[in-house]
Ligand binder design. Structure first.
Ligand SMILES: Nc1ncnc2c1ncn2[C@@H]1O[C@H](COP(=O)(O)OP(=O)(O)O)[C@@H](O)[C@H]1O
Ligand SMILES: NC(=O)OP(=O)(O)O
Length: 321
């Protein structure tokens, strides 16, 4: 099967970590092992990744050094995160099996320069702050800030919708040669067409939306969205929480409308999973890195399926299993 695996930025630098290189290398080791296990089973694997903590750190570094070095635009910073995280993942693969061919592709993604997102910043980047500190930075530095899924406050930047992944033919060609491809980092470098030019724009694309776009374009069979939880839940974080083993596209839409899957966290994942199933007829699963191999085998995670496959199913295992 051809599988697109999307890794959240918050899995690369976990809550409470400073984000040192050794911490990040340790965090991605498990992902590298699981992806290589899938490849050994004969699957073609593309890895995409987020960059929220990393691009936020580069924005802070930009501001700290602006007296001595010219600050770079956001699209250039996203390209930098593709390089650093691509190298991180490549290093983790090499540590597990240096013989496996890996290609890291700088990826540009087409967006609409008039996307409403440019007037309504929603994408959290960088560290978490308490509300007072976030308010102070908003007032003093002109940042937009917002709460991030109950975990604290973060700077937010515009997140335009991905229209097309540029260079996706290269991804398919490399996969056919047995290469593990790392691309669409940080949701891709957002570019827009102005006149006859294709130029970078200031935003951070959601990597789950970008991964869905790529998965459709390269005709993937499965879209895997890796995150911090083994399965998606209804009534998440309450005493009534129920993990889902299977969710129909219609129930996914209802959950999105009802607020079961919040805009800044599970929402884009559920929306992207459901869109992939609808657009491609393929399958999508949301799970954690330690469950990747079992999930692809159909034994774990929350699968999003066409309505015709039957009703949504609550997982039998306890939340703590
Ligand atoms: N309904 C839900 N079911 C499970 N987890 C949820 C739900 N709603 C919110 N979450 C939280 O959202 C997180 C995923 O969002 P986030 O960490 O922003 O994504 P990413 O892994 O891409 O960085 C989960 O790890 C979980 O803590
Ligand atoms: N670009 C992006 O979606 O990053 P995160 O996964 O860190 O939110």
């Amino acid at each position: 099967m051809r599988i697109v695996v999307a890794v959240g930025g918050n899995a690369l630098i976990k809550a409470g970590q400073a984000g040192t290189w050794p911490e990040q290398l340790a965090n991605v080791r498990e992902i590298a092992e699981a992806v290589l296990a899938l490849r050994a089973q004969g699957h073609e694997v593309v890895l995409t990744h987020g960059n929220g903590p990393h691009v936020g750190a580069l924005l802070l570094q930009n501001a700290l050094g602006e007296q001595e070095a010219a600050p770079l635009p956001l699209d250039a910073l996203i390209a930098m995160t593709q390089g650093q995280i691509g190298y991180l993942l490549e290093s983790a693969f090499a540590a597990v099996d240096p013989s496996v061919p890996i290609a890291v592709l700088l990826t540009r993604v087409l967006v609409d320069a008039q996307d409403d997102a440019f007037r309504n910043p929603t994408k959290p980047v960088g560290p978490f702050y308490d509300e007072d500190e976030a308010d102070r930075r908003a007032a003093e530095l002109g940042w937009d800030v917002a709460p991030d899924a109950g975990r604290g406050w973060r700077r937010v930047v515009p997140s335009p919708f991905p229209i097309k992944v540029l260079g996706q033919d290269n991804v398919a060609a490399l996969l056919e040669r047995g290469t593990v491809v790392i691309c669409c980092g940080g949701g891709g470098i957002p570019v827009a067409i102005t006149g006859s030019q294709v130029t970078g724009v200031a935003g951070v694309i959601d990597k789950d939306r970008c991964s869905e776009c790529l998965a459709v374009e390269i005709d993937a069979d499965v879209l895997v969205l890796l995150t911090g939880v083994r399965r998606v839940s209804l009534d998440f974080g309450t005493r009534w929480e129920r993990e889902l083993a299977r969710l129909t596209v219609s129930d996914a839409g209802r959950g999105l409308s009802d607020g079961d899957f919040p805009v800044g966290s599970m929402g884009p994942k559920m929306e992207s999973a459901a869109r992939f199933v609808e657009e491609s007829g393929g399958r999508a699963v949301i799970t954690s890195a330690d469950r990747l191999v079992a999930a692809v085998a159909g034994d774990d995670g929350t699968w999003v399926v066409p309505d015709a496959h039957g009703p949504s199913v609550v997982a039998k295992t306890a939340v703590t299993a």
